[in-house]
Write a protein that binds this ligand. Structure first.
Ligand SMILES: [Cu+2]
Length: 235
């Protein structure tokens, strides 16, 4: 019998653990759920109409509204709810996403994408756009997209929340949430969020909104159970 084998196995295991520390490991997990809703307290502002000052024939086909603070029946839209630090859990789906500029507006206004997955940026407008990300961790993207360039593809490798603007059309503004793990949710008109298959344990959940800032909640997840809470932002 080779007596050195167990030692070697331990060494290899140690090396593997050391090399992968820090990076998210998706290995499948039954777990619990974190869910609830993001609420807005106070009187929601009237949606402000955006002023289209350029390329009016293509960009001003329908009225556009400022989406930096959208509230529907007391629910806050476009908030990102995510676990900031988690070492492992369910598999990270590397599915690509699309950012459309149709009508000279970023759709969706807040786009979520896994770090390293492909973002396809569409330009169906027959005008020149220039995508500019105000990123600090990822390399900033500052790229012209002429009218003949219907599609641009890009990947952001590191987790970050970054603002996106168009250097040609001053009213175009949006955000890209680059996720470092699969536990994130962008709220829609019902303000709801749901993070599923979270391994049992204690987590910091961040609730981010571009105008209202960030809130943090300590949440304990138990296998097979749902940790439910609502988050309130004051206007
Ligand atoms: Cu543009």
């Amino acid at each position: 019998m080779n007596r050195r084998f167990p030692l070697l196995a331990v060494l290899v295991l140690l090396m593997t653990v050391t090399l992968t520390l820090g990076a998210y490991q998706g290995a499948g997990a039954a777990g619990g759920t974190i869910s609830g809703a993001v609420l807005f307290k106070g009187t929601a502002p009237e949606p402000k109409k955006l002023k289209v000052t350029k390329d009016k024939r293509r960009c001003d086909k329908s009225p556009k509204f400022d989406e930096s603070l959208v509230v529907k029946d007391g629910k806050l839209v476009n908030a990102v709810v995510y676990i900031s630090e988690v070492k492992g859990g369910k598999k990270m789906e590397m599915k690509g996403v699309t950012l459309d500029q149709n009508g000279c507006l970023y759709q969706p206004h807040v786009l979520a994408v896994p770090a390293g997955a492909e973002v396809t940026i569409l330009n169906p407008d027959k005008v020149l756009h220039n995508i500019h990300t105000y990123s600090k961790i990822n390399k900033p993207m500052n790229q012209a997209q002429p009218k003949f360039k219907k599609k641009l593809k890009v990947k952001f490798e590191k987790p970050e929340i970054m603002e996106v603007k168009c250097d040609v059309h001053s009213w175009m503004a949006g955000w890209i949430f680059v996720a470092g793990n699969p536990y994130y949710s962008v709220t829609g008109e019902d303000g709801a969020f749901s993070l599923t298959e979270v391994p049992a344990g204690k987590y910091k959940v961040q609730i981010w909104h571009e105008k209202l800032g960030v809130q943090t909640r300590e949440v304990e997840v138990k296998a097979g159970e749902t940790a439910r809470f609502d988050v309130e932002f004051a206007g």
